[in-house]
Design a protein around this ligand. Structure first.
Ligand SMILES: [Zn+2]
Length: 455
């Protein structure tokens, strides 16, 4: 900060302090007066520091002589698109909302005839995002709150806590515009970095990747209400790293995708690789009967043990018990308990013998049980999984769907665009998976493009 800026700030602080404040008699008075002074000082600082930053603009041409004329505006600058000449057109005013207050900038606007594009060099230098009214720090707070609760409520909370007023609609526009792009770049970058690792020889696998003892890979789908009144399946994957004794090694990580299984599979694999799937001693995929889950498991995690969720398997046995025993509760539950015990401990001969004993080979529920069990036989060796200390339920996938999707996207009257649903679900995943800081660092390090709107 220059001495001139400091001097201007001192004068403004004096003015702020010269105002009449009532005498504080309660803790609430003290708090209120301190907040008022703090707010005014923050706004003054934003304006003065902003003024100083603005003085770098207008740009000086290299041939302009130093001294008094050094602030002479350049009539032309180098176009970032074609490296040719872009000519000065006008001064343009732009307002930026920050966590510290409103900043109004007047900057020189240049236009390149060849590219048919205009830009303000100062925007790029200040790291302002094209078309965004918010500083990155404020935009990140807007996102964090919007991922947690409905847009309107989120922005009411923001206003209460920070005095920064943003409408729910603006928060939504930010999420589905700039933020959707950043989130998608973040996910793409992980894929670019991670997916090639799967083809590396063992000694070349980066040291810094985690080394879980057991890595559980679970996925599930959940219907999400769309704005055209239809429902679309959001696929959610969760990756949980554990020690052999079942303790969690790091927070579970999440990724979601509203669309094709093939694209989702790549996201899932990249996430698993980042959680150390190449180094884990045991890799396990647990899922329900959905075909897409097992197809993806075979494609992306060929060395994983595949386990059919025990609860889904047991539901087929329950259906048979209901059909056979009807209202005879005692007999029904005794029979069911024995079958589930056999299922869990892989006592297959007694299990199939008991089913044959029912002597109802054409019973509909029994036919579907046979089909389902024969299809998933290799994923139902529960005794051996339990002996190895592995989990046999997909509860984690189901609770992840609830936390990522239901808790935010299925509120009453909510309807989503594909982009809107996906960006919010992913932001929630970053939050719940402890990845928010990594995402924020990616956002802050990202090159910004400034204003290149056509004249
Ligand atoms: Zn150009």
């Amino acid at each position: 900060m220059t001495e001139q800026t400091k001097q201007r700030l001192r004068e403004r602080f004096e003015q702020i302090l010269a105002a009449q404040y009532k005498k504080a008699t309660t803790i609430s008075d003290i708090e209120q007066i301190a907040l008022d002074i703090g707010g005014q000082i923050k706004q003054a600082a934003t304006e003065e520091v902003g003024q100083e930053a603005q003085e770098i603009d207008p740009q000086r041409e290299s041939e302009t002589t130093r001294g008094a004329e050094s602030f002479q505006r350049a009539t032309r600058v180098c176009c970032p698109g074609c490296q040719g000449n872009a000519w000065f057109k006008m001064q343009r005013v732009r307002s930026i909302q920050t966590l510290a207050g409103m900043l109004t900038l007047e900057r020189a606007y240049y236009h390149c005839k060849k590219c048919q594009k205009g830009f303000c060099p100062l925007d790029t230098r200040l790291g302002l995002e094209q078309g965004s009214f918010y500083s990155p720090a404020l935009a990140q707070e807007i996102c964090a709150l919007s991922a947690s609760m409905p847009y309107e409520l989120a922005m009411q909370t923001l206003a209460r806590l920070t005095k920064v007023v943003v409408s729910g609609r603006s928060a939504q526009r930010l999420a589905t515009g700039l933020v959707a792009q950043i989130v998608s770049d973040f996910v793409d970058q992980r894929e670019e970095q991670m997916l090639p690792l799967a083809y590396l020889p063992e000694e070349k696998i980066p040291q810094e990747l985690p080394e879980p003892e057991v890595l559980y890979l679970q996925a599930d789908g959940i219907h999400t209400p769309m704005e055209d009144g239809s429902w679309k399946e959001m696929k959610v994957a969760v990756v949980r790293a554990e020690y052999f004794d079942g303790r969690e090694m790091m927070p579970s990580h999440y990724i979601s995708h509203l669309g094709e299984a093939a694209t989702f599979g790549k996201h899932w694999e990249a996430l698993a690789l980042s959680c150390g799937s190449l180094k884990s001693k045991c890799l396990v995929v647990i899922g329900d009967g959905a075909t897409w889950i097992w197809n993806l498991a075979s494609t992306h995690f060929p060395r994983a043990v595949q386990i059919l969720d025990f609860y889904h398997a047991s539901e087929y046995v329950s259906a048979v018990a209901r059909a056979v025993f009807g209202e005879q509760e005692a007999q029904k539950s005794a029979w069911l308990a024995s079958r589930l015990h056999e299922l869990k401990h892989s006592h297959w001969s007694s299990f199939w013998f008991a089913l044959a004993e029912l002597n109802q080979p054409t019973l509909e529920s029994l036919v579907s049980l046979r089909t389902y069990f024969s299809h998933h036989a290799s994923r139902m060796e529960y005794a051996s999984y339990l002996k190895r200390g592995l989990c046999i339920g997909s509860g984690l996938a189901e609770s992840s769907c609830k936390r990522i999707v239901s808790d935010r996207l299925k509120g009453s009257g909510m309807h989503w665009s594909v982009l809107g649903a996906e960006v919010i679900a992913r932001l929630r995943g970053f939050f719940l998976g402890g990845e928010w800081d990594v995402f924020q660092a990616f956002w802050n390090a990202r090159p910004r493009r400034g204003d290149t709107s056509p004249l």
